[in-house]
Design a protein around this ligand. Structure first.
Ligand code: AMP
Length: 148
């Protein structure tokens, strides 16, 4: 059984390489369409929604930087061009689920840090995306490199 449309969620850090590579291998084996998504989280959300200053310029810069990074990723992995790439504002879980439904995605691929301790309590995007997902979700284990 293979997937028709795989959606890879990327945080645009260097950690997205193993996540994309795993998704690409699956897409190649199953002749699946492969799409990318990055969600820019509204800054006001990070500050708890009540910020006494105008963040719109900073927010625009954040969006433009994300756009450049996403374009660079598409150049690095030309196979990803078989699908679409999405860049939107919002909350990752909600936006990824909505996109998956709209674009008939049957597998979402995310990275997972295998957290423990306090960070486990705080939760992770992988966990968040898994809950209520409209399709299968693959969590690619990200192994932390030892610090030099
Ligand atoms: P985190 O739990 O935030 O460390 O992220 C784990 C994984 O969730 C990443 O490897 C990505 O696959 C996905 N992810 C995190 N943040 C975003 C984002 N803003 N947009 C899309 N995917 C994300």
């Amino acid at each position: 059984m293979s997937y028709e449309h795989i959606l890879v969620a990327v945080d645009l850090t260097e950690e997205c390489d193993p996540v994309i590579k795993k998704a690409m291998a699956l897409a190649l084996a199953g002749h699946s369409k492969l799409s990318l998504v990055h969600i820019v989280e509204p800054m006001a959300m990070a500050f708890g929604g009540d910020v006494p200053m105008d963040l719109s310029q900073l927010q625009q810069q954040q969006f433009d930087q994300a756009k450049e990074k996403l374009e660079a990723l598409k150049r690095k992995y030309p196979d990803v061009k078989t699908g679409d790439s999405h860049l939107t504002y919002g909350q990752p879980r909600q936006e990824i689920h909505n996109l998956a439904k709209e674009h008939h995605v049957d597998l979402i691929v995310v990275g997972s840090h295998g957290r423990h301790g306090l960070s486990l309590l705080l939760g992770s995007t992988a966990n968040d995306v898994l809950h209520g997902a409209p399709c299968d979700v693959l969590a690619v284990r990200l192994i932390k490199r030892p610090e030099k």
